[in-house]
Design a protein. Structure first.
Length: 196
């Protein structure tokens, strides 16, 4: 069952995998709804974003999701000549998960969010890989933004705090970010419905 899910998410099944249209619609709706909610609940969203980097409980939740997803990927991925080391890699990931929870409490939520962005980008890129539509590039562009931001969040998590402070310091910046997210979601949704 889990092997079938992995093959579906990463397009390794002979019959294909996660569809481009479905991926586009889900990502587009996530962008529209999340940015729309942020627009209608500006004060709550800004307060949440300011508190998020140092909220340990969010770090635990997100890191646990990262851990489960990573173990799921390790169990099912083709490791080539390293297949006999699969158990060791799984133990290293489990040990790293526990060690990070205990010893890396500073900005844990940001680091865990960065890791999740890297993990989520994989299925999105797989869905768009080798598809003929030019508009499919809307998904990889977004996925590579997630990857770049995710790496910065893992390596320099204080940047999220700085970016949030810069973003909410002026209403124009906040509105630009929120409306840009909604606009990108609308364009992606239109492309998914019409062309994918």
């Amino acid at each position: 069952m889990f092997r079938d899910l992995y093959d579906y998410l990463y397009h390794l099944a002979p019959t294909g995998g996660i569809p481009l249209k479905g991926t586009g619609i889900v990502v587009a709706l996530a962008l529209i709804l999340s940015h729309g909610w942020a627009l209608n609940n500006t004060a709550k969203t800004q307060a949440f974003l300011k508190a998020f980097p140092r909220t340990y409980s969010w770090g635990v939740i997100l890191l646990t999701i990262d851990f489960v997803w990573s173990e799921f990927a390790l169990v099912n991925m083709d490791m080539g000549e390293f297949f006999n080391m699969r158990d060791k890699f799984m133990m290293i990931v489990a040990g790293g998960y526990i060690a990070v929870l205990i010893y890396v409490k500073e900005f844990l939520a940001v680091r865990a969010l960065g890791t999740l962005l890297l993990l989520v980008a994989g299925p999105v890129l797989s869905a768009a890989f080798l598809q003929p539509q030019t508009s499919r590039l809307l998904l990889p562009i977004l996925a590579y933004v997630w990857i770049i931001v995710g790496m910065f969040f893992i390596g320099m998590p204080f940047l999220m705090r700085d970016w949030v402070n810069t973003l909410i310091s002026k209403p124009q910046r906040w509105n630009l970010a929120v409306y840009s997210g909604i606009a990108y979601g609308i364009v992606l949704l239109a492309a998914a419905i019409l062309f994918y």
